[in-house]
Design a protein around this ligand. Sequence first.
Ligand code: CMC
Length: 375
Amino acid sequence: MTDNEVQRGLEDVIALESQICFIDGKKGRLLYRGYDIRDLAQYSTFEEVAYLLWNGRLPTADQREALRARLGELRTLPEPVMRIVSEMPQGGNAMDVLRTAVSALGAFTPAETGAASTSVASAERLTAILPAIIGQLHRARQGLPPVAPMTGGSHAAWILHAIRGTPATDLEIRSMDAALILHADHDLNASTFAARVTASTLSDIYSAITSAIGALKGPLHGGANERAMELLEEIGTLDRVEEVVRSKLAHHERIMGFGHRVYKVEDPRATIMREWSRRIGEAKGNLHYYELLRKEEQVVFAEKKLYPNVDLYSGSIYALLDIPKYLFTPIFAASRVSGWTAHVLEEYQDLRLIRPTSRYVGPTDVPYVSIEKRS
Ligand code: CMC
């Protein structure tokens, strides 16, 4: 790269140093604080992973239980925020509600506004509360009564309970837990970068997470999981996969859940999500989505040599957990908030205002024309 060359989309630009997440895009490896995502997804819980991201080490059993208990105590939405969530337009994008609610939470938590007063406790509070917002927005939309916060149980169980209002099975909780672990962090993705840019101005953690939610909403980022499910609905039956996918590619449409800026091989998260899609499908006696997605993978690879990313299979798991499509991206946020907050804390510790420059390509020396003489 020469001095004057523009890296569109900041592709391959190393913007900062971080100790949180490592992606090997050529080998398809993903590490959180040095630990392989495959081990974490198989042997750990989301709470352990969140602790790891925030503190740099895995917790002991006591530390994990203490974190679980603290998260359990932080699940109550302040009454004014509850009202804001309930009164937002019911038919709109759920990420708008989530973004607005987190922004409002910041206004109701003035003691935490500012880098100096931000700590792991702020990260825990934000992480614990997101399912309460998601549950309330869903229940208001369905005309259902609010669900009282669970005081015990894991983050995964809390998300399922906040949305459905009924206890989940062990397998349902375990599949949600795996999905949360796999979405928890991913280096300088667009939403994490947005959070760090905001934090780098010495703004508060609520503003940083509000920025991140706005970025995650986009269909090229977290919003892809909802679009991937829309495509499955459009396809409908196995015999239509080839025709529909080929036609979309022929019209230069993007197939959501495929391709990645960093991975040149299969996204390791997709490998694990695929397996969970099969497991939960078998347990529920419904492999419809799994089979459609397997076929879709074959067609997209044959046509474009593209691999699936984390967003391809997540929707199939959530749908089998009776979660409506409009909550798929908010659930992504309920996991990624752990990574966002870890990055905000890291940014505050080694702060440098993030302020790149652009190469100006507009006109110069334009003669000024007074308003009366403009046509
Ligand atoms: N479907 C069809 N074509 C694709 C796709 C896709 N999903 N992804 C990339 N391509 C094609 C693209 O059209 C281009 O082709 P050509 O060179 O002929 O114009 C080529 O591949 C390179 O695409 P690009 O946009 O320059 O590559 P990128 O590094 O900017 O793309 C991406 C990364 C994620 C934006 C892109 O793969 C995409 O749009 N995927 C679909 C959306 C998606 O699944 N997003 C979730 C990403 S993972 C989770 C997350 O971070 O939120």
